[in-house]
Design a protein around this ligand. Structure first.
Ligand code: ADP
Ligand code: MG
Length: 859
């Protein structure tokens, strides 16, 4: 109502367009009594102002003030008491927390120990797994090795069996072998006997042959007459040589008119006889060389009568030299099983009583002299002895010799006729049967021309040559003659020729002389001279008177010869057979010996193999035993380890059980304590609430009382105190929550916090809400499950509760109340706050740090 009387209606908090349907205006009654000052009290419910007379109000107010002051004092006392109790409860809670911390620490330690044990156990389990893996691997490996060894042993056993079978066979075959050995031994004995017999026979054969040769004569003279040359025929020369009895070795020389001179030689060769015929008779002499006799074959005669032809021959028509060597090699080859021969050749020339080595590659000024090497054996030191193994080498040596001879003179024929060409073949033989060694030599001499000096009208050097030739030939004749007549003195040293031939002339040595003659009548004198010389050499003077005598003698000799030949033939035959038999026996004996040796070697080899195999077998068995021992040891170690692991597991389980049981026990005890504490505090708060409610009810009753405002203030103060208590309990919960080291403590504190909050909230709420305490009986596992959620939720609850309180404060908009609240807070903090804050903040931070540290260690 404005001053001008207008009524203004203002709608506040109304939506839309309100319509005023009617207004009731009541006129206030006029007060006639002395005006009593009224004061108004505002209704809390309807906000209507209730008029109270000031006097009454003052009385009421004093009375109620007195009452309320008393009540406030009582309540303050109670509050202080409760605060003390709360403080004690809080202290006990703190100690319980400390204990809880200790328990948690212990639990942590135990958990850490458990974890470390778990880790060690895992390590051990890993080790065990590794060991078992290795063991399995080893087991597989050793099993494979054992199998392999078993296989090897099987194979070895098989081989051993086979070898033993073979050994048995060998042992079985030993009697047969012994028989064979016995047979071989008898054969060897037979062979030895045969050898002895053979050598005896050979000796006999040699002796017989030698006797035969000797019967023929150690000095034999063969006469060879060349055919008339074309020149001689053209010159009208006539033949003066008769060969009617040539087969009997008789030769007739027509000396002129009807006179005829006969000569007798060992063999007479007509011009029709070729080189083969000549050598056929000379070959036994050659054979004597291989038997160890010295032999000397030389050709004597006038120049141009065919000495060189007979000795050397031509390439198409080889002479005695070549054929002799060929024959030597052939016989040596035939006798190669019983004899070994080494043949060496020297080619010399004696010219003017000087020896010249025709095989020397370089000419030497040194004179070659004849020396006595051993008894009955002469040697020319420094002479070349060319060793020849086959006939081709012989030919090259002979060719070299003849070439060297040609070098010495301008006219080959002339020179050759004035020097003696001497081919010496040295034979070393070894009898393989009896080991007998022989050394023999064969001289093949192409003598210089024997023509007489008187006929050669020469002077000076030529004369000297002729004299030397004549002297040497005469000396040769003298030596042979002396030998034939068995003279006591043999004049070997009269010439170089005879000196060189000393060991091959006389004694057992054989001498063969080819006396070469010309059939021409123009050479009659020389022919007769040569034939005379040859006859002298032969030691028989042949004449017409002696001819007969000679014939009867000859007949006798012939018969003897024939007989000897027959004998020698039959002996040769038997010898050949014996040799063949011997060879067969030797080859058989060799074969048997070889087989015997082979069998012995085989037996030895098999024995060695058996020994080796048994050694290997033993070794493998040893290895197997060692392996099985090792396996057993490993198995024992494994079982021990397994046992240890089981024991450790058992211990761990026991420890876990005991520790967890003790912890659970402790936790339960602590929970019970906490519950008791909470129940105490809540029962106290409930009683306080009751009192407050009662006070409120009384206040309502005494609404008229003037001191109701003060009462309200008191109530507010009480409410603040309660809030402080609530704050205190919240701080307690914070302190508990601030150390989230273990889940058990967190759970407990999270469980406590809402209860405190609920209890604090329950101040302004119906009492029935305090039934949340029943939740304290929630299971431990549920608390653990909700832990994290509640941690966050508790903080929100604190905030909400404080905000609720704030809204209350703000709604009342009572500044002094804030100051009071501040004061009470200070009062509380002065007594409990610093410790609380310090502890809560420190514990909280410490808890976070510890939790993080433990997380790191455990991870
Ligand atoms: P020497 O050596 O005695 O002086 P040779 O051997 O030089 O004599 O012979 C002289 C010649 O006579 C040569 O031409 C040779 O061929 C020939 N001659 C010698 N003997 C015979 C023979 N038995 N048959 C054929 N020709 C021969
Ligand atoms: Mg000649």
């Amino acid at each position: 109502m404005k001053e001008d009387g207008a009524i203004v209606i203002r709608f506040e908090g109304v939506n839309g367009s309100p319509v005023v349907s009617g207004i009731c205006i009541r006129k206030a009654p006029k007060v006639s009594v002395p005006q009593v000052t009224h004061e108004y009290l505002k209704c809390n419910n309807c906000a209507s102002m209730i008029e109270v007379p000031s006097a009454q109000k003052k009385l009421l107010e004093t009375k109620s003030t007195m009452k309320y002051e008393k009540k406030i004092e009582e309540l303050t006392m109670q509050c202080q008491r409760k605060t003390k109790e709360c403080y004690e409860a809080w202290m006990s809670l703190t100690s319980a927390n400390e204990q809880l911390d200790k328990v948690r620490m212990e639990l942590d330690n135990v958990m850490f120990n458990t974890l470390s044990k778990d880790q060690t156990m895992e390590k051990q389990a890993e080790n065990l797994r590794n060991i078992s893996g290795r063991y399995e691997h080893d087991q597989i490996y050793w099993a494979a090795a054992i199998n392999n060894l078993h296989e090897k042993i099987k194979v070895m056993k098989k081989e051993h069996l086979q070898l033993s079978c073979e050994a048995h066979d060998c042992v079985d075959s030993i009697p047969e072998l012994n028989k064979m050995v016995f047979a071989v031994q008898t054969l060897v004995a037979q062979c030895e006997d045969l050898k002895v017999k053979y050598s005896e026979e050979q000796a006999k054969r040699k002796k017989l042959f030698n006797e035969f040769q000797e019967a023929k004569g150690n000095i034999r003279v063969f006469c060879r007459c060349r055919p008339l040359s074309k020149e001689e025929i053209s010159a009208g020369s006539t033949k003066i040589v008769e060969f009617d009895a040539a087969k009997d070795g008789c030769l007739g020389i027509l000396t002129g008119g009807s006179t005829k001179k006969s000569f007798k030689f060992d063999r007479v060769y007509t011009p029709n006889n070729d080189q083969v015929d000549v050598f056929e008779d000379a070959s036994p002499m050659v054979t004597s060389v291989l038997d160890g006799y010295n032999v000397c074959i030389f050709a004597y005669g006038q120049t141009g009568t065919g000495k060189t032809f007979t000795m050397e021959g031509t390439e198409q028509n080889r002479g005695v030299n070549y054929r002799t060597l060929e024959h030597l090699f052939n016989i040596a080859k035939e006798r190669s099983e019983t004899f070994t021969y080494s043949i060496a050749v020297s080619v010399l020339e004696v010219y003017n009583e000087q020896i010249r080595d025709l095989l020397a590659t370089s000419p030497t000024s040194k004179k070659l002299e004849i020396k006595q090497a051993s008894e009955g054996f002469l040697h020319v030191p420094g002479i070349v002895e060319a060793k020849v193994d086959n006939i081709r080498e012989v030919w090259s040596v002979l060719h070299a010799g003849s070439n060297a001879r040609a070098v010495g003179s301008n006219n080959v024929n002339e020179h050759s006729s004035r020097s003696h060409c001497m081919l010496c073949i040295m034979v070393k033989a070894k009898n393989l049967v009896n080991g007998e060694c022989t050394k023999s030599k064969l001289w093949l001499v192409d003598l210089a021309g024997s023509e007489r000096l008187s006929k050669t009208d020469v002077q000076g050097e030529r004369l000297k040559e002729a004299q030397n030739i004549n002297r040497s030939l005469a000396a040769l004749g003298d030596v042979i003659s002396a030998l034939a007549t068995k003279s006591s003195h043999i004049p070997y040293r009269n010439s170089k020729l005879t000196h060189l031939l000393q060991d091959s002339l006389g004694g057992d040595s054989k001498t063969l002389m080819f006396v070469q003659i010309s059939p021409s009548d123009k050479d009659l004198g020389e022919t007769l001279s040569s034939l005379n010389f040859a006859s002298r050499v032969r030691g028989i003077e042949l004449g017409p008177a002696k001819k007969q005598l000679d014939t009867s003698e000859l007949q006798k000799l012939k018969a003897m010869l024939e007989k000897a030949r027959q004998e020698s033939k039959s002996k040769d035959e038997s010898l050949r057979k014996l040799e063949e038999n011997l060879q067969n026996l030797e080859s058989k004996a060799k074969g048997k010996d070889q087989s015997h040796k082979n069998l012995h070697e085989k037996i030895k080899e098999l024995e060695g193999q058996i020994e080796l195999k048994t050694a290997i077998h033993n070794q493998s068995e040893k290895q197997l035993w060692q392996l099985s021992e090792r396996l057993k040891g490993r198995e024992e170690v494994c079982s021990n380890l397994q046992q240890k692991v089981k024991e450790l597991e058992m211990k761990l389980v026991e420890q876990r059980h005991s520790e967890s049981a003790s912890f659970q026990q402790k936790v339960k005890e602590l929970e019970n304590k906490l519950k008791e504490e909470l129940q105490k505090s809540e029962s106290y708060t409930v009683s306080l609430q009751h009192e407050v409610n009662e006070l409120e009810r009384k206040l309502k009753e005494q609404e008229q009382n003037s001191e109701s405002c003060l009462l309200h203030q008191k109530i507010k103060e009480l409410e603040d105190k309660l809030k402080v208590q609530e704050q205190q309990s919240q701080d307690c919960t914070d302190a508990v929550r601030a150390t989230p080291k273990t889940f058990i403590r967190d759970e407990l504190m999270n469980e406590i916090e809402p209860r405190i909050l609920r209890s604090s909230n329950s101040i302004n709420r119906p009492l029935s809400q305090g039934s949340t305490l029943q939740r304290g009986n929630d299971s431990f596992h549920e608390m653990r499950r909700k832990r994290d959620f509640r941690n966050a939720d508790a903080e929100n609850n604190i905030f909400v509760s404080s905000s609720l309180n704030d809204t209350k404060v703000s709604r009342k908009s009572d500044p002094p109340k804030i100051a009071r609240v501040m004061r009470t807070t200070k009062l509380v903090t002065a007594t409990q706050g610093p410790l609380m804050h310090k502890r809560t903040s420190r514990d909280y931070n410490q808890g976070i740090k510890e939790r993080e540290n433990k997380k790191k260690i455990w991870s």
